[in-house]
Design a protein around this ligand. Structure first.
Ligand SMILES: Cc1cc2nc3c(=O)[nH]c(=O)nc-3n(C[C@H](O)[C@H](O)[C@H](O)COP(=O)(O)OP(=O)(O)OC[C@H]3O[C@@H](n4cnc5c(N)ncnc54)[C@H](O)[C@@H]3O)c2cc1C
Length: 290
């Protein structure tokens, strides 16, 4: 179709599909325009990284890629064998394509209860598709697995053509939908240090099957660690509140309010989120200590 005959283009929720209004012989017509995609199934990490270097976008469960990104060249990593939860002695390793439902069911993660609780609160309809790697790489504040990974001091092992590097999960979040991965780099797995203690995750959404309006994870062993979702541009540790807990819960609530920066949007106002943060902190502490 001649570009000059196109009257208007309308995006659709489906990747690579547009609705085109075009004029021909004085008639306005509507058609679906589908852009052909290049879709590769990678069989090794090296092949994946080469394709990422060439500008391909990585796809795992596809729950975000298919809705939010209009990529024309995709590399599918589901054949790389990264869908594991493994005992590595002093650590538990979770492969980046492990599904949320796998985390929910894993007996190896019994000691990391807050992570399992987060998996249980994930929207049921996507739990068998969505991966932990995609949840973290997408870098949205409401990512349910993020607060538990932060309170367990989890690390991410990334792979690129230059080799592997191990970084704290916290350092991957750079801003809304912006992570610190370099071009050609992917998350291979997450490492969770063994944990002896108690932990909890709580999430408040508009409904039971929704993204977090506010979420919180707490772990208690030698130290107490607190992390929140939807309380800033990216998932965050609440370090001031952790320190203030040494004095009182009231002081911790005050400190928490001073460090979070929730936004107002269609889901909730920032004032409402602030109130939720304080209520969640009190509730989580009460329940984890019960
Ligand atoms: C209906 C619906 C309900 C949802 N409910 C929830 C919910 O309850 N809680 C929640 O937290 N989220 C929810 N989400 C968001 C989404 O499902 C999750 O973030 C999911 O975990 C993303 O994983 P994925 O495998 O589908 O990622 P994909 O869509 O495959 O990828 C997402 C992004 O991460 C990148 N990526 C994926 N894997 C890697 C990797 N290994 N290394 C580097 N980059 C990578 C991709 O290139 C892409 O940019 C929901 C989404 C939908 C559509």
């Amino acid at each position: 179709m001649e570009e000059s005959t196109i009257y208007s283009r309308i995006n659709t929720p489906y990747p690579n599909h547009e609705l085109l209004f075009y004029a021909e012989h004085n008639f306005y017509m509507l058609c679906i325009h589908i852009t052909l995609m290049e879709y590769r199934y990678a069989s090794t990490i090296e092949e994946t990284c080469r394709l990422l270097e060439r500008g391909f976008m990585l796809i795992a469960g596809g729950t975000e890629v298919n809705l939010k990104h209009k990529a024309e060249r995709l590399v599918d990593i589901n054949g790389l064998g990264l869908d594991y939860v493994e005992d590595r002695g002093d650590r538990i390793a979770i492969g980046s394509t492990a599904r949320i439902a796998q985390i929910e069911a894993s007996e190896l993660l019994e000691e990391h209860k807050a992570l399992k609780m987060a998996a249980m609160r994930f929207t049921t309809s996507v739990r068998h598709l969505a991966t932990i790697g995609g949840n973290i790489a997408e870098s949205v504040p409401s990512a349910d697995t993020a607060p538990p990974l932060l309170v367990f001091d989890a690390e991410a092992v990334t792979s690129s053509l230059n080799g592997e590097r191990t970084v704290p999960v916290e350092s991957l979040f750079k801003g809304l939908r912006r992570n610190s991965l370099n071009k050609g780099e992917m998350i291979k797995e997450f490492l969770l240090p063994r944990f002896e203690g108690r932990s909890i995750f709580r999430k408040v959404g508009r409904t039971d099957e929704d993204l977090a309006v506010t979420s919180m994870a707490i772990s208690i062993s030698k130290e107490t660690k607190i992390a929140l979702g939807s309380a800033a541009e990216v998932p965050m540790r609440a370090r001031k509140a952790e320190e203030a807990l040494a004095y009182s819960i009231e002081k911790a609530c005050g400190a928490l309010l001073s460090e979070t920066k929730p936004v107002s949007n269609i889901e909730a106002s920032k004032d409402y989120r602030k109130k939720l943060e304080v209520e969640l902190l009190k509730e989580c502490l009460r329940e984890v200590n019960a």
